[in-house]
Design a protein around this ligand. Structure first.
Ligand code: NDP
Length: 286
């Protein structure tokens, strides 16, 4: 079984960004800049945003972390996002979810300007994306496509199954696979006899958010399995995915591990998206 090593591919994406960031900095006198907004003190979210900031800085980009109190009002958060939209030195904006329950994610997803939406997940950005005219592509599904391209796995003509239909992962994943000429079936919690679909697929992307839900018996011999899931539910509280990875050796052709598969690609793509948004906006002005 070929191990699809997302950690390694993410390292290559980051290395390829260093000269791009240098060229941008030389040309425009400043580095591409990501502004990260986090509300409240959820420990996991703080770890995520810290990692995003470190990843930015490792390739020579700059970033600002806006840590807002948990009791901030919707109006104050709106003002903050509007000011980032208007700030010429901000190239990418990322609002870390989940938000405290009194705040509306819908409002945020309607506010961040598409030309600065580093995640590619606002409603307007998704509209452009599904119309085939993205500013940037949603990070996690695009990270999966980068892994496939890296290992020269062409999905053209493949039967692909995506398990999960969220706006963040499943739906845009199905769109990217369709654009790459796979024939895609999108499954979800109301799908009857899920394994009838997965067993028939050349490529299965699992993003159901259910720890260790699928195993060897759900995949056909020589399938390619991409596991997007991320859970602290493995033996001894270890990280694990939606797939029982240890069953796959000797059966499937290739698979992503958890950790070290899709996860690192999400951050690498976020950083690349920010650089791309910076380049696009700067080239429009000059
Ligand atoms: P959501 O909870 O938003 O969506 C889960 C989807 O899976 C839903 O469409 C749901 O169906 C479907 N689903 C749930 N249970 C089943 C089932 N038994 N059979 C078939 N389909 C099912 O999750 P996300 O899309 O945000 O995330 C999915 C997973 O990916 C999570 O584990 C998350 O932690 C991980 N993740 C990892 C990232 C990374 O960087 N590696 C980034 C983002 C997410 P329905 O619509 O009918 O409810």
């Amino acid at each position: 079984m070929l191990v699809l090593n997302g950690k390694e591919v993410a390292g290559e994406v980051r290395s390829s960004l260093v000269p791009r960031v240098q060229a941008f900095t030389q040309k425009y006198g400043r580095a591409p800049h990501l502004s990260v907004v986090i509300v409240g003190d959820d420990p996991a979210s703080h770890v995520y945003v810290k990692n995003k900031k470190i990843a930015c800085e490792a390739v020579g980009m700059t970033s600002t972390l806006h840590e807002l109190p948990a009791d901030i009002s919707q109006a104050e958060l709106t003002l903050m996002i509007r000011s980032l939209n208007a700030d010429d030195h901000v190239d990418g904006i990322l609002v870390q979810f989940p938000l405290p329950p009194h705040l509306s994610a819908d409002e945020v997803l309607s506010l961040v300007a598409s030309e600065k939406d580093a995640d590619g997940l606002t409603y307007a950005s998704l509209g452009y994306f599904f119309a085939g005219k993205p500013f940037v592509k949603p990070c996690t599904p695009e990270g999966v496509m980068k892994i496939l391209r890296h290992y020269k796995i062409s999905v053209e003509g493949m039967k692909a199954v995506v398990v999960g239909r969220s706006n963040i992962v499943g739906k845009p994943m199905a769109q990217l696979l369709t654009e790459a000429n796979a024939t895609v079936t999108l499954c979800h919690s109301k799908t009857k006899n899920l394994s009838e679909y997965t067993l028939n697929a050349d490529l299965v992307v699992v993003a159901a958010g259910r720890a260790r839900m699928l195993g060897k018996d759900d995949f056909k011999k020589d399938a390619i399995v991409i596991d997007v899931g991320m859970h602290r539910a493995g033996p001894g509280g270890k990280l694990c995915g939606d797939v029982r990875y240890e069953e796959l050796e000797g059966w499937v052709k290739a698979a992503t591990p958890v950790p070290g598969g899709v996860g690192p690609m999400t951050i690498a793509t976020l950083i690349e998206n920010t650089c791309e948004l910076a380049e696009k906006r700067a080239s429009l002005k000059n």
